[in-house]
Design a protein. Structure first.
Length: 165
């Protein structure tokens, strides 16, 4: 008994035939021969090629801009009202860490932050496993639908503050 509701969301990468031919050629495979094999058998077998390619994925995200951040998220996975609570937690964390480092006269610069609903999607975009990750490109955090995590936001935003100062 298969329950189709239990199938996880899996990112799919689609490429056209010309791009596939280039990838196959870079691995030393005759693309026309491979295409004919796939068409005649109707079977595609996954293979590991000895070649390297560089891919850049651009996701379609919703956004909220606040005083100190530009947040991106997927509204179908993180409802806007929950995202607004995450925005508030991050703004509160910035006030907290700025007050903590007041003597050092640090400056906060508006920052990019992305929230993901699960580890798989964060891993897909960043190749980083973990609940939070902060570097000069921004802050990337998992939100599992539980209470917004002030401690995690403060931790990751402290990385951002220190790297910009």
């Amino acid at each position: 008994d298969r329950n189709l509701n239990n199938i996880p969301e899996i990112p799919i990468i689609g490429i056209n035939k010309l791009s596939a031919a280039i990838i196959l050629a870079s691995a030393g495979t005759d693309s026309e021969e491979k295409f004919q094999e796939w068409e005649s058998t109707g079977y595609f077998k996954s293979e590991e090629f000895i070649c390297k390619i560089s891919l850049n994925f651009v996701g379609i995200f919703d956004g909220i801009t606040s005083e100190n951040f530009h947040f991106v998220f997927r509204e179908e996975l993180i409802p806007k009202n929950e995202m607004r609570a995450l925005v508030d937690v991050n703004e509160k964390s910035v006030r907290f860490i700025l007050d903590l480092f007041k003597q050092e006269q640090v400056v906060w610069e508006k920052s990019f932050a992305a929230y993901f609903r699960d580890y798989d999607s964060k891993l897909f975009y960043l190749q980083h496993w973990g609940q939070g990750f902060s570097f000069e490109g921004g802050t990337f955090i998992i939100y599992d639908g539980k209470t917004p995590d002030f401690e995690l936001a403060a931790h990751e935003n402290t990385h951002t503050l220190i790297s910009t100062n």
